[in-house]
Ligand binder design. Sequence first.
Ligand code: SF4
Length: 313
Amino acid sequence: MTFGMPETYPRLASMLGFVSRENIIKAVESIVTIQRDWGNRENRKVSRMKYTIDRVGLDVFKEELEKRMGFALQPIAPYLFTRSGDVFGWSQNVDGTHNVLLFIEGGRVKDTENYLLKTALRKVAEIHDGDFLVTGNQNLQIRGISEKNKLIIQLLLDHYKVLPELNKTGLRLNSIACVALPTCSLAFAEAERYLPSLIDKIDELLIVNGLEKDEIIIRMTGCPNGCGRPYLGEISFVGKSPGYYNLYLGAAFNGERLNKLYKEMLDEENILNELRPIIERYAKERFEGERFGDFTIRKGYVKATTYGLNFHT
Ligand code: SF4
Protein backbone atom coordinates (compact mmCIF):
# COMPACT_ATOMS: atom_id res chain seq x y z
CA MET A 1 0.00 0.00 0.00
CA THR A 2 0.99 3.67 -0.22
CA PHE A 3 0.72 6.18 2.63
CA GLY A 4 -2.01 8.77 2.06
CA MET A 5 -3.76 6.64 -0.59
CA PRO A 6 -6.52 4.64 1.12
CA GLU A 7 -7.46 3.16 -2.25
CA THR A 8 -4.27 1.11 -1.90
CA TYR A 9 -4.28 -1.70 0.63
CA PRO A 10 -2.65 -5.03 1.47
CA ARG A 11 -4.79 -8.04 0.82
CA LEU A 12 -4.77 -11.77 1.36
CA ALA A 13 -5.34 -14.08 -1.59
CA SER A 14 -8.89 -15.19 -2.40
CA MET A 15 -9.69 -18.86 -2.75
CA LEU A 16 -11.02 -19.67 -6.21
CA GLY A 17 -11.13 -23.43 -6.40
CA PHE A 18 -9.02 -26.53 -6.94
CA VAL A 19 -7.05 -27.48 -10.05
CA SER A 20 -5.29 -30.77 -10.62
CA ARG A 21 -1.56 -30.84 -11.09
CA GLU A 22 -1.66 -31.27 -14.86
CA ASN A 23 -3.88 -28.18 -15.18
CA ILE A 24 -1.79 -25.80 -13.06
CA ILE A 25 0.17 -24.25 -15.94
CA LYS A 26 -3.01 -23.64 -17.93
CA ALA A 27 -4.65 -22.04 -14.87
CA VAL A 28 -1.67 -19.78 -14.14
CA GLU A 29 -1.34 -18.76 -17.79
CA SER A 30 -5.04 -17.86 -17.91
CA ILE A 31 -4.81 -15.83 -14.68
CA VAL A 32 -1.85 -13.89 -16.05
CA THR A 33 -3.63 -13.13 -19.32
CA ILE A 34 -6.71 -11.83 -17.47
CA GLN A 35 -4.49 -9.43 -15.53
CA ARG A 36 -2.75 -8.47 -18.80
CA ASP A 37 -6.08 -7.64 -20.40
CA TRP A 38 -8.02 -6.26 -17.42
CA GLY A 39 -5.32 -4.76 -15.18
CA ASN A 40 -5.12 -1.01 -14.58
CA ARG A 41 -2.41 0.35 -16.91
CA GLU A 42 -2.98 4.01 -16.06
CA ASN A 43 -2.22 4.17 -12.36
CA ARG A 44 0.69 2.05 -11.24
CA LYS A 45 -0.29 2.39 -7.56
CA VAL A 46 -3.47 0.39 -8.14
CA SER A 47 -2.30 -1.83 -10.97
CA ARG A 48 -1.86 -5.11 -9.11
CA MET A 49 -4.16 -8.05 -9.61
CA LYS A 50 -5.76 -7.68 -6.17
CA TYR A 51 -7.29 -4.41 -7.37
CA THR A 52 -8.45 -6.00 -10.63
CA ILE A 53 -10.24 -8.73 -8.68
CA ASP A 54 -11.87 -6.29 -6.26
CA ARG A 55 -12.93 -4.02 -9.15
CA VAL A 56 -14.64 -6.71 -11.23
CA GLY A 57 -15.65 -9.07 -8.41
CA LEU A 58 -14.36 -12.54 -7.63
CA ASP A 59 -17.29 -14.27 -9.38
CA VAL A 60 -16.68 -12.41 -12.65
CA PHE A 61 -12.95 -13.13 -12.42
CA LYS A 62 -13.62 -16.82 -11.82
CA GLU A 63 -16.09 -17.03 -14.72
CA GLU A 64 -13.54 -15.44 -17.06
CA LEU A 65 -10.82 -17.76 -15.78
CA GLU A 66 -12.91 -20.85 -16.47
CA LYS A 67 -13.74 -19.53 -19.95
CA ARG A 68 -10.05 -19.01 -20.76
CA MET A 69 -8.96 -22.33 -19.26
CA GLY A 70 -11.73 -24.22 -21.06
CA PHE A 71 -12.71 -26.19 -17.96
CA ALA A 72 -14.35 -25.52 -14.58
CA LEU A 73 -12.49 -25.22 -11.32
CA GLN A 74 -13.21 -27.98 -8.84
CA PRO A 75 -14.53 -27.09 -5.36
CA ILE A 76 -11.95 -25.80 -2.88
CA ALA A 77 -10.17 -28.75 -1.26
CA PRO A 78 -9.96 -28.77 2.55
CA TYR A 79 -6.76 -27.33 4.00
CA LEU A 80 -5.43 -26.14 7.35
CA PHE A 81 -2.77 -23.52 8.02
CA THR A 82 -1.45 -23.72 11.59
CA ARG A 83 1.54 -21.40 11.23
CA SER A 84 3.29 -19.19 8.70
CA GLY A 85 6.71 -19.34 10.36
CA ASP A 86 9.50 -21.89 10.04
CA VAL A 87 10.01 -24.97 12.20
CA PHE A 88 13.69 -24.84 13.15
CA GLY A 89 16.16 -27.61 13.83
CA TRP A 90 16.64 -31.10 12.50
CA SER A 91 14.23 -33.18 10.45
CA GLN A 92 14.53 -36.32 8.37
CA ASN A 93 13.37 -37.04 4.82
CA VAL A 94 11.70 -40.24 3.64
CA ASP A 95 14.91 -41.22 1.84
CA GLY A 96 16.79 -41.17 5.16
CA THR A 97 18.71 -37.93 4.54
CA HIS A 98 18.51 -35.07 7.03
CA ASN A 99 17.75 -31.36 7.00
CA VAL A 100 18.52 -28.62 9.45
CA LEU A 101 16.65 -25.31 9.41
CA LEU A 102 18.66 -22.35 10.71
CA PHE A 103 17.58 -18.96 11.97
CA ILE A 104 19.18 -16.16 9.88
CA GLU A 105 18.35 -12.84 11.52
CA GLY A 106 17.07 -10.39 8.91
CA GLY A 107 18.09 -12.91 6.23
CA ARG A 108 21.64 -11.54 6.34
CA VAL A 109 24.51 -14.00 5.98
CA LYS A 110 27.62 -12.22 7.20
CA ASP A 111 30.49 -12.54 9.65
CA THR A 112 30.65 -10.24 12.66
CA GLU A 113 33.23 -10.07 15.43
CA ASN A 114 31.30 -12.50 17.63
CA TYR A 115 29.35 -14.55 15.13
CA LEU A 116 30.99 -16.17 12.07
CA LEU A 117 27.82 -17.25 10.27
CA LYS A 118 29.21 -16.81 6.76
CA THR A 119 32.36 -18.77 7.60
CA ALA A 120 30.26 -21.53 9.17
CA LEU A 121 28.05 -21.87 6.09
CA ARG A 122 31.12 -21.85 3.82
CA LYS A 123 32.63 -24.72 5.84
CA VAL A 124 29.35 -26.63 5.59
CA ALA A 125 29.17 -26.00 1.83
CA GLU A 126 32.64 -27.46 1.36
CA ILE A 127 31.48 -30.89 2.53
CA HIS A 128 27.70 -30.82 2.03
CA ASP A 129 26.36 -33.16 -0.67
CA GLY A 130 22.77 -31.92 -0.60
CA ASP A 131 21.47 -28.42 -1.24
CA PHE A 132 20.48 -25.15 0.48
CA LEU A 133 16.97 -23.75 0.58
CA VAL A 134 16.17 -20.14 1.42
CA THR A 135 12.77 -20.07 3.13
CA GLY A 136 10.06 -17.48 2.65
CA ASN A 137 10.86 -16.23 6.15
CA GLN A 138 14.48 -15.23 5.45
CA ASN A 139 15.87 -18.40 7.03
CA LEU A 140 18.00 -21.19 5.57
CA GLN A 141 17.56 -24.91 5.41
CA ILE A 142 20.53 -27.18 4.74
CA ARG A 143 18.79 -30.03 2.96
CA GLY A 144 19.49 -33.61 2.05
CA ILE A 145 22.39 -34.10 4.47
CA SER A 146 23.80 -37.62 4.17
CA GLU A 147 24.18 -39.80 7.23
CA LYS A 148 27.97 -39.60 6.96
CA ASN A 149 27.89 -35.79 7.04
CA LYS A 150 25.26 -35.25 9.70
CA LEU A 151 27.54 -35.33 12.72
CA ILE A 152 30.22 -33.19 11.06
CA ILE A 153 27.67 -30.54 10.08
CA GLN A 154 26.16 -30.64 13.55
CA LEU A 155 29.60 -30.13 15.10
CA LEU A 156 30.39 -27.28 12.68
CA LEU A 157 27.10 -25.52 13.41
CA ASP A 158 27.66 -25.94 17.14
CA HIS A 159 31.27 -24.79 16.92
CA TYR A 160 30.28 -21.57 15.13
CA LYS A 161 27.31 -21.10 17.51
CA VAL A 162 24.77 -21.36 14.68
CA LEU A 163 22.62 -24.04 16.29
CA PRO A 164 22.58 -22.32 19.71
CA GLU A 165 20.97 -19.37 17.87
CA LEU A 166 17.79 -21.45 18.02
CA ASN A 167 17.59 -20.64 21.74
CA LYS A 168 16.57 -17.06 20.94
CA THR A 169 13.17 -15.80 22.08
CA GLY A 170 10.07 -16.91 20.20
CA LEU A 171 9.64 -13.30 19.10
CA ARG A 172 13.08 -13.03 17.50
CA LEU A 173 12.78 -16.41 15.79
CA ASN A 174 9.59 -15.11 14.14
CA SER A 175 11.02 -11.79 12.97
CA ILE A 176 11.34 -10.47 9.41
CA ALA A 177 12.73 -7.15 8.25
CA CYS A 178 13.14 -5.77 4.75
CA VAL A 179 16.53 -4.44 3.68
CA ALA A 180 15.45 -0.75 3.80
CA LEU A 181 18.37 1.66 4.36
CA PRO A 182 20.99 1.81 2.93
CA THR A 183 20.10 -0.62 0.15
CA CYS A 184 16.58 0.46 -0.82
CA SER A 185 16.07 3.95 -2.21
CA LEU A 186 12.37 3.86 -1.29
CA ALA A 187 12.98 3.48 2.45
CA PHE A 188 11.83 6.20 4.87
CA ALA A 189 13.43 4.48 7.88
CA GLU A 190 15.73 1.68 8.99
CA ALA A 191 14.47 -1.92 9.16
CA GLU A 192 16.99 -4.79 8.84
CA ARG A 193 19.77 -2.88 10.63
CA TYR A 194 17.47 -1.65 13.43
CA LEU A 195 14.99 -4.43 14.21
CA PRO A 196 17.50 -6.68 16.07
CA SER A 197 18.29 -3.97 18.63
CA LEU A 198 14.61 -3.11 19.06
CA ILE A 199 13.89 -6.80 19.66
CA ASP A 200 16.61 -6.76 22.36
CA LYS A 201 14.44 -4.24 24.23
CA ILE A 202 11.11 -5.95 23.56
CA ASP A 203 12.74 -9.22 24.67
CA GLU A 204 13.36 -7.64 28.07
CA LEU A 205 9.62 -7.00 28.39
CA LEU A 206 8.84 -10.56 27.35
CA ILE A 207 11.37 -12.11 29.74
CA VAL A 208 10.05 -10.10 32.73
CA ASN A 209 6.58 -11.44 31.89
CA GLY A 210 7.67 -15.04 31.27
CA LEU A 211 6.87 -14.90 27.56
CA GLU A 212 10.33 -15.54 26.12
CA LYS A 213 9.36 -18.90 24.62
CA ASP A 214 6.07 -17.69 23.17
CA GLU A 215 6.09 -17.39 19.40
CA ILE A 216 4.94 -13.94 18.29
CA ILE A 217 5.34 -12.74 14.70
CA ILE A 218 7.13 -9.38 14.45
CA ARG A 219 7.89 -7.52 11.22
CA MET A 220 9.50 -4.24 10.20
CA THR A 221 9.79 -2.46 6.86
CA GLY A 222 11.27 0.87 5.89
CA CYS A 223 8.21 1.97 3.90
CA PRO A 224 4.62 0.86 3.28
CA ASN A 225 5.40 -1.10 0.11
CA GLY A 226 5.55 -4.06 2.43
CA CYS A 227 8.44 -6.21 1.12
CA GLY A 228 8.83 -7.83 4.57
CA ARG A 229 5.08 -8.65 4.67
CA PRO A 230 4.51 -6.27 7.62
CA TYR A 231 0.73 -6.51 7.35
CA LEU A 232 0.93 -10.14 8.44
CA GLY A 233 2.77 -9.41 11.70
CA GLU A 234 1.12 -9.75 15.10
CA ILE A 235 3.37 -6.76 15.93
CA SER A 236 4.54 -4.73 12.93
CA PHE A 237 6.36 -1.52 12.23
CA VAL A 238 6.25 0.41 8.97
CA GLY A 239 8.73 3.26 8.61
CA LYS A 240 7.34 6.80 8.25
CA SER A 241 10.52 8.85 8.64
CA PRO A 242 13.97 8.23 10.15
CA GLY A 243 13.41 6.79 13.64
CA TYR A 244 9.59 6.86 13.43
CA TYR A 245 7.23 3.98 12.71
CA ASN A 246 3.55 3.18 12.46
CA LEU A 247 2.63 0.29 14.73
CA TYR A 248 0.23 -2.40 13.52
CA LEU A 249 -1.32 -5.15 15.66
CA GLY A 250 -3.66 -8.07 15.28
CA ALA A 251 -2.58 -10.34 12.41
CA ALA A 252 -3.20 -14.06 12.78
CA PHE A 253 -0.29 -16.34 13.68
CA ASN A 254 -1.29 -18.74 10.90
CA GLY A 255 -1.21 -16.03 8.23
CA GLU A 256 -4.98 -15.93 7.58
CA ARG A 257 -5.74 -12.41 8.88
CA LEU A 258 -4.05 -9.06 8.22
CA ASN A 259 -3.26 -6.63 11.04
CA LYS A 260 -4.49 -3.05 11.53
CA LEU A 261 -2.94 0.31 12.32
CA TYR A 262 -2.75 0.88 16.09
CA LYS A 263 -0.57 3.99 16.55
CA GLU A 264 1.27 6.36 14.21
CA MET A 265 4.70 7.99 14.23
CA LEU A 266 6.24 6.25 17.25
CA ASP A 267 9.89 6.56 18.17
CA GLU A 268 11.61 3.80 20.14
CA GLU A 269 10.62 5.13 23.55
CA ASN A 270 6.98 5.37 22.54
CA ILE A 271 7.05 1.95 20.86
CA LEU A 272 8.16 0.40 24.16
CA ASN A 273 5.67 2.48 26.15
CA GLU A 274 2.84 1.26 23.92
CA LEU A 275 3.88 -2.38 23.93
CA ARG A 276 4.73 -2.68 27.64
CA PRO A 277 1.15 -2.67 29.01
CA ILE A 278 -0.16 -4.87 26.19
CA ILE A 279 2.54 -7.48 26.83
CA GLU A 280 1.85 -7.36 30.59
CA ARG A 281 -1.87 -7.89 30.02
CA TYR A 282 -1.18 -10.66 27.50
CA ALA A 283 0.87 -12.55 30.09
CA LYS A 284 -1.88 -12.24 32.72
CA GLU A 285 -5.15 -12.25 30.80
CA ARG A 286 -4.70 -14.44 27.75
CA PHE A 287 -6.74 -17.60 27.31
CA GLU A 288 -4.94 -20.93 27.18
CA GLY A 289 -3.07 -21.04 23.85
CA GLU A 290 -4.37 -17.65 22.74
CA ARG A 291 -2.06 -15.95 20.22
CA PHE A 292 -0.85 -12.40 20.72
CA GLY A 293 -2.60 -11.13 17.57
CA ASP A 294 -5.92 -12.68 18.60
CA PHE A 295 -5.52 -11.23 22.11
CA THR A 296 -5.04 -7.67 20.85
CA ILE A 297 -8.32 -7.98 18.95
CA ARG A 298 -10.26 -9.57 21.83
CA LYS A 299 -9.10 -6.81 24.17
CA GLY A 300 -10.10 -4.11 21.71
CA TYR A 301 -6.69 -2.65 20.86
CA VAL A 302 -7.57 -3.02 17.17
CA LYS A 303 -10.50 -4.31 15.14
CA ALA A 304 -10.00 -7.47 13.11
CA THR A 305 -9.18 -6.88 9.46
CA THR A 306 -11.50 -9.34 7.77
CA TYR A 307 -10.64 -8.29 4.20
CA GLY A 308 -8.15 -6.03 2.47
CA LEU A 309 -10.86 -3.48 1.72
CA ASN A 310 -11.43 -2.87 5.45
CA PHE A 311 -7.73 -2.70 6.31
CA HIS A 312 -7.95 1.09 6.75
CA THR A 313 -11.28 1.19 8.67
S1 SF4 B 1 9.34 -2.30 2.11
FE1 SF4 B 1 9.95 -0.33 1.24
S2 SF4 B 1 11.92 0.10 2.23
FE2 SF4 B 1 11.55 -2.08 2.48
S3 SF4 B 1 12.59 -3.03 0.74
FE3 SF4 B 1 10.44 -2.71 0.20
S4 SF4 B 1 10.39 -0.79 -0.91
FE4 SF4 B 1 12.33 -0.86 0.24
